[in-house]
Design a protein around this ligand. Sequence first.
Ligand SMILES: Cc1cc2nc3c(=O)[nH]c(=O)nc-3n(C[C@H](O)[C@H](O)[C@H](O)COP(=O)(O)O)c2cc1C
Length: 372
Amino acid sequence: MMSDHSNSPIFQPFTLGHLQLPNRVVMCPLTRSRSNDAGVPPDFAADYYAQRADAGLIISEATNISAQARGYALTPGIWTPEQVESWTRVTRAVHKRGGRIFLQLWHTGRISHPDLHGGALPVAPSAIKPSGQAFTNDGLKEHVTPRALETDEIPAIVEDYRHAAQCAKDADFDGVEIHSANNYLLEQFIRDTTNQRTDQYGGSIENRLRFPLDVVRAVIEVWGGGQRVGIRISPATTMPGETSLDSDPMATYGAYVDALSKAGLVYIHDIEGTTQLSRDPSGVDFVALRQRFNGAYIANNQYTLKLAEETLAAGKADLFSFGRPFIANPDLVNRMRTGAPLAEAPKEYWYGGGRTGYSDWPGMDGPIHIER
Ligand SMILES: Cc1cc2nc3c(=O)[nH]c(=O)nc-3n(C[C@H](O)[C@H](O)[C@H](O)COP(=O)(O)O)c2cc1C
């Protein structure tokens, strides 16, 4: 029996900065590893994203801001004209179906491998090796000890973010999300477990937040204010790299959220628990973090329609992002609204490959035709 949820507040409009969202469902950033070695998304990425345009907001897969930012084979970039051209096809197709899409700006830092850098070491705040393996063109390879960035290299990375943010604007995205989650470069600077620097970028909370906040300021400058700039955080996530949590997450992330609020960002997108794996808050008070932020709060991690409704009713979030459910359900919003069953994507389709398991999932009523 299908049950109708049309009246659910999750499917009512929400105003996010300058954007009018038709519902409170956000499509999570999802790395799908289908770009070429030059970081250019395939032509059929436009079909994939446009098929999902019913989401209140789409956030693109994590997208490298520079060659140095890369940590996984076959992931897209946003720093060359060819990349911008391909992303423009995506935004055009999404807009044509009436959707809205932000691009997620990414630098992986130590979660990378020399194979992706012509043999050079990945960079990080400090030379601390992550656990686990990197996804290279030759399959999975053990992570290595990264090279600690020189102090005078850090402003150049801020400039890379500025350039990438401009490229995203040129590609006609509706905004950008700064990826400050999942233990990639920004979060490596934030946590005292991965940042053991002794210069102005390490030590005190103020120093550890300096580089991420410089990035935030640069991106805001490009976008003419924070109303089209969001950020993703994950204070309780230990993956990838089996990265230890900060020694005092509420002090560190509390100060971060205060600064993000002051900067005028349009939303924080919070992974509540360990990404994909658990909703255990590990001592982080997500409601308290939300209360310190002036803009919208997007809640993520293992949400269902029921949990989203309960969380909204309790006043604990504004928007809800769904990741895995969007892979095999391009019309997820409609399926949840009508109580239709959800399809499940086998894991083999998550990363790598072509159209199969990517842009060929049908909607409830058959294939979704995309006009270009
Ligand atoms: C295949 C896959 C790729 C992902 N890629 C990204 C990514 O590029 N950027 C990011 O911030 N999170 C990424 N995540 C994490 C998701 O955005 C999300 O936080 C996670 O799947 C939990 O949400 P869910 O329970 O609704 O799936 C990825 C997750 C999956 C399953």
